[in-house]
Ligand binder design. Structure first.
Ligand code: UDX
Length: 466
């Protein structure tokens, strides 16, 4: 039998790359499996600049990186506004090279992002199994898959302006989802936009793969996973992946990073000086942006709440700030000196695990959400786009692990929600978050559902043929 050789190709963004690198490392731990990991040149260079990824993977002789161009100009910011161009670049420029690699190497299995619809034909041509890995939440992907039905039932485009109206066409989510909780692209008045067309195409392709890998765990998303199984019988729910990897590397548990920005470790020294569970961590991830007006509302809200805060202000995340300085009122600067710490990028997993952290004001990217769940940190959700609108609804309404601040950005609301999570309902939220954290950790422990699914995945990769 041929040596198992997996070719992994993530969507070139921080969240998916982080996630797939963790899966790659988990596969490499089974020395029998060979792994080739495709990065775009841009992503690879950033990993080389800011992480120890080469040293880390050097200990696996069965692992190799290869790079492909992403087709975007050097100076493209590759932020949230550019997502359509990023996908288009991969389809036009990277995918022919990916095809060549598949044809010319001894690959026995493909693991690629769920949005890469081109992989279905390539896998068929090469006669090897294709496993889609959708690195966002199953609850969000489920709403993506419902887009044709939402259109057919006339639920999108929305009729009228009531964003609080309930949505009935997403099975299993009746009574939970309001229009505002659907993926952000569902607010478009024109259904002919590329992102909607991509999502419709994705739904048709996903069911043609041999299996679907998901970064979640049964105790969190059991009902959605059951629905998925009716559609794609072979599901591997192996999350939280970062916890699964940590558990497997327990003996060598140095913190590792796949960051595309330089981590400012000084925030850990600052956290060490703060009381237990007193600090709100604030970060909007790798792609989201905010206007200067929203930035000031955030700042006032945080300061007025009188809570300690650690705030990640990613370069480029405040639109126009770099070209045009704003006058930050002295009162904000002074109060921040007293109880705030601002960095341009943080070692997030380490921060969330720090005993001083008591809450997380997040954009609800799926990695951030899972990282917060594992550490038992309650959330205030300020979703930016696509899946984040769904995640934030689930965090607040279904899992009851925090508050949803979507579509609102004023200092009074921020202040009120921070006080609610960090003070008034602190114990209640922390208790619930702790319970979910225990379930997350149990799922990757020996015999847990995610642990078993990973074992099954590794075994199936060894045996799987089409
Ligand atoms: C993107 C999409 O925006 C998101 O909706 C989707 O769920 C995944 O891909 P991104 O903005 O990258 O997400 O957010 P997220 O998935 O949360 O990933 C961000 C990663 O960067 C996390 O793993 C987080 O730990 C890390 N991070 C973030 C840091 O290491 N330091 C920081 O300062 C901020």
């Amino acid at each position: 039998m041929a040596v198992p050789h997996v070719l992994i190709f993530p969507l070139p963004l921080q969240g998916p790359v982080n996630c797939m690198l963790k899966l790659a490392e988990l596969l490499c731990l089974h020395q029998e499996t060979h792994v080739t990991f495709i990065n775009t040149e841009y992503i690879h260079q950033r990993l080389l600049n800011y992480t120890d990824v080469l040293i880390r993977f050097a200990k696996y002789p069965n692992f190799k990186f290869v790079t492909v161009p992403d087709g975007l100009p050097e100076d493209n910011p590759r932020n949230g506004d550019q997502i359509g161009k990023i996908i288009e670049g991969v389809e036009k420029v990277s995918s022919p090279l990916f095809r060549e690699m598949v044809m010319m190497t001894t690959t026995t299995c493909l693991i690629v992002d769920g949005i890469f619809t081109f992989a279905v034909d390539i896998a068929k041509e090469a006669k090897i199994p294709l496993l889609y890995f959708d690195t966002i939440s199953p609850c969000a992907i489920w709403t993506y898959l419902a887009v044709p039905k939402l259109i057919e039932d006339g639920e999108i485009p929305f009729k009228g302006n009531d964003l609080d109206a309930l949505v009935n066409s997403v099975s299993g989510m009746e009574g939970v989802m309001r229009r505002r909780d659907l993926p952000s692209y569902c607010r478009a008045t024109d259904l002919d936009i590329p992102i909607i067309q991509h999502v419709i195409k994705q739904g048709k392709h996903i069911v043609q793969a041999q299996a679907l890998i998901l970064n979640t765990f049964e105790a969190l998303e059991g009902p959605i996973l059951s629905q998925f199984r009716a559609l794609c019988p072979n599901i591997y729910a192996i999350g939280p992946l970062h916890t699964q990897l940590k558990a497997k590397l327990a003996s060598q548990s140095l913190p590792t990073s796949n960051s595309l920005w330089k981590e400012d470790m000084s925030c850990i020294d600052w956290l060490n000086k703060q009381p237990n569970k007193s600090v709100l961590f604030v970060s909007i991830g790798s792609l989201a942006t905010m206007s200067k007006a929203q930035f000031l509302e955030f700042w006032y809200g945080l300061v007025n709440s009188k809570t300690n805060f650690l705030w990640v202000q990613r370069p480029g995340s405040i639109i126009g700030l770099e070209d045009d300085d704003i006058n930050v009122p002295m009162e904000l600067v002074e109060s921040t000196k007293e109880r705030g710490c601002i960095v341009s990028w943080a070692p997030q997993e380490e921060v969330l695990a720090h005993p001083s952290i008591g809450g997380f004001l997040t954009h609800c990217g799926w990695n951030s959400t899972l990282e917060s769940i594992v550490e038992g940190v309650p959330m205030i959700c300020w979703p930016y786009f696509v899946d984040q609108q769904v995640n934030s609804r689930y965090v607040a309404e279904v899992w009851k692990l925090g508050l949803d601040m979507k579509d609102v950005c004023d200092r009074a609301t921020i202040e009120r929600m921070v006080i609610e999570v960090m003070d008034v309902k602190k114990i209640e939220f922390l208790e619930r978050a702790k319970q979910m954290s225990n379930l997350a950790i149990a799922s990757v422990g020996e015999g847990g559902a995610s642990y078993q699914d990973l074992e099954r995945l590794i075994e199936d990769i060894r045996l799987m043929r089409i």
